[in-house]
Design a protein around this ligand. Sequence first.
Ligand code: ADP
Ligand code: MG
Length: 278
Amino acid sequence: MEHPESTDPAAPEQQVELLKQRLAEAQKLTALGELVSTTTHEFNNVLMTIINYAKLGLRHRDAATRDKAFEKILAAGNRAAKITNTVLGLARNRAAGQEPTDLTRLIEDTLLLLEREMNKYRIRVEKQFRPIPEALVNGNQVQQVLLNLLINARQAMPGGGRLLIKLSHDPEGDMIDLVVRDFGAGIPADKLPRIFDAFYTTKAGPDTSGKGGTGLGLSTCRDIIESHRGRIRVDSTVGKGTAFTLKLPPARPSGTPAALGAPVAHQLGMADSPTVPG
Ligand SMILES: Nc1ncnc2c1ncn2[C@@H]1O[C@H](COP(=O)(O)OP(=O)(O)O)[C@@H](O)[C@H]1O
Ligand SMILES: [Mg+2]
């Protein structure tokens, strides 16, 4: 159709581009806010331990009590150092590049940031890690995905419960599988297709730990996994829980020919649900 007086045809595209940039900014700010909240609380917890054991050591002058106090203070100090190192790593390495990464370690580092939070909400974290090859990822970004999934899982179990993290190598598609499974509320089938939409949330607002309620967590996860040519999929049963599966590429493809288009859904016994193609 000809509209000689219509405005520049590029305008709507520019607007979409602008909105995309705004969304990316909102996603980053939300992530940063949650990280600050998490680390501040975790750090405060460590400080409390140090202060209390220092007081104990000053009050009780016997060698046994003082040894114990120093050991606790040392352990807390080491934990504090690890927390700051992780956060410094996140802040320093803002580059978008992907490099061979040890996902097992990345998960451990991420869990370290959530230790106090998981204890507070009575979440028992179980790990099932198989030996896996290095993944070709951006560590910061995958850590962000993990934080979002772990916090969602925690929020799905307000009374506490089990949170399972699985890591394995799927030789068929030659991908690394990372599963975050909770045994919480689950997601009704009619809501499932919307959960990756930006700003879609069923939460009233941030919880007592200042997290959630923005609807930006899973949209961030999806964008990050897409940029890795990976996949994210969800499998959920109301009343039983939810599993998010990430498929990430290995740093060095294994010799076996990759089974392209393998029936992953059947393999994993998952219902057909929103999947981001690679
Ligand atoms: N593990 C989960 N269990 C149940 N519901 C979930 C889970 N993860 C996400 N959801 C649903 O998806 C919605 C969007 O999640 P998200 O994008 O992280 O935003 P937010 O956490 O801010 O609500 C949540 O509000 C919730 O309804
Ligand atoms: Mg969330």
